[in-house]
Design a protein around this ligand. Structure first.
Ligand code: TXA
Ligand code: MG
Length: 332
């Protein structure tokens, strides 16, 4: 996928004029605006249908620029930025004066990251400022991992779309709050907990989803149209077939452990063995099953280590409260 220099210049011009640019990052596509233009930032919320209290991430071009956007950078934040930027890590720090409250949902903290994608970095460099960008999807739905997904989600509402090909990581960045005594993962993502702990040399807290009180983290996030039901891996085939018999159009996330089992269902996705490939494909799989007309998706959770932690987090949110049986959901 090639993006011309003239496209980058044009996109930077759109940002300068207060417009919205969809941009590829290594995680998911973002819907970007000039972080310092409160009116442009407000348009992001309008286009996404996102409640204004939900804070955004400010994307910057290099770790060296961090101090321009935040106050009080603790040692742990420096270490993490040095090791993981550019990359799928977002740091929550105290808001610098340059960041309007519109971008932080009124919070005195701000989330910042340096994305690891040549097109995003070229845009940030040409633009010169910070770009606030949430994932380029409508509020609550599945994040886009191709430019085509962005078009399907937001269409004409975006002023310019940079097509940088499919996203390499496929799930959003890991968000780490470094404002407290102990760094804490607010959202698991592309950088694993194990990698964070290795760099910091100490445990990193992962608050249980139910205890996270961060604005913008809702149980119904990342949801396809189809209802998602999570069961144990060895129950996936039986539950899927039962639900299909009850009249559902069932999509199946077939776990690697039962990959050879034939399934009578409407559509089947073979879950990749590699967690990297699973993360890369996850949102595309959910979209595909929606497109194929499934009204119910039966899946199981991967082991919650490495990238599996982020994948399980997204599946749980896509599913809402965990259900032990698909057959409790009989109305098609
Ligand atoms: O990978 C990503 O992070 C993608 C790409 C585009 O960079 N962006 C993304 O943005 O996922 P979004 O808006 O969909 O999710 C950002 C989340 C918010 O939902 C919120 O939970 C958290 O970041 N966040 C932002 N600012 C925060 C703050 N000051 N304190 C705590 N959480 C914050
Ligand atoms: Mg999002």
């Amino acid at each position: 996928m090639t993006v011309r220099t003239s496209d980058i210049e044009k996109a930077a011009g759109v940002l300068r004029a207060g417009g919205l640019v969809a941009l590829p990052t290594e995680t998911v596509y973002g819907l970007g605006a000039d972080a310092e233009n409160a009116a442009a930032v407000a348009r992001i919320f309008q286009v996404k249908g996102r409640p204004p209290a939900h804070p955004l991430i400010v994307h910057i071009g290099a770790a060296e620029q961090l101090d321009e956007w935040v106050e009080d950078v603790p040692e742990a934040a420096r270490l993490l930025a040095e090791r993981f930027w550019p990359g799928p890590l977002t740091l929550v720090l105290r808001r610098g004066r340059r960041v309007p409250l519109e971008a932080t949902g009124g919070l005195e903290t701000v989330a910042v990251r340096v994305p690891d994608h040549p097109v995003a970095l070229a845009l940030l460099s040409a633009f010169g400022g910070g770009v606030t960008a949430p994932s380029a999807n409508r509020f609550g739905s599945v994040s886009p991992t191709t430019a085509g997904h962005v078009g399907a989600e937001l269409g004409e509402a975006v002023d310019f779309v940079l097509d940088g090909g499919p996203c390499e990581v496929g799930v959003e960045s890991t968000i780490v709050d470094v404002t407290g005594d102990v760094p804490s993962i607010l959202r698991p993502g592309g950088v694993t907990r194990e990698d964070l702990e290795a760099v910091l040399g100490r445990p990193v807290a992962v608050p249980a989803a139910s205890r996270v009180r961060v604005p913008g983290q809702h149980p119904s996030h990342y949801a396809p149209r189809a209802r998602v039901v999570l069961v144990e891996p060895e129950r996936v085939v039986a539950e899927a077939e039962l639900a299909q018999e009850f009249g559902h159009q069932v999509g199946v996330f077939l776990p690697p452990s039962v990959a050879d089992t034939p399934v009578k269902a409407h559509a089947v996705v073979a879950v990749p063995t590699s967690m990297g490939a699973y993360a890369r494909g996850l949102y595309g799989f959910l979209r595909e099953l929606d497109q194929r007309g499934c009204d119910l998706i039966v899946a199981s959770l991967p082991a919650e280590e490495g990238l599996g932690l982020a994948i399980a987090n997204r599946l749980r949110r896509a599913a809402g409260p965990r259900s032990s049986s698909a057959t409790g959901l009989q109305e098609p």
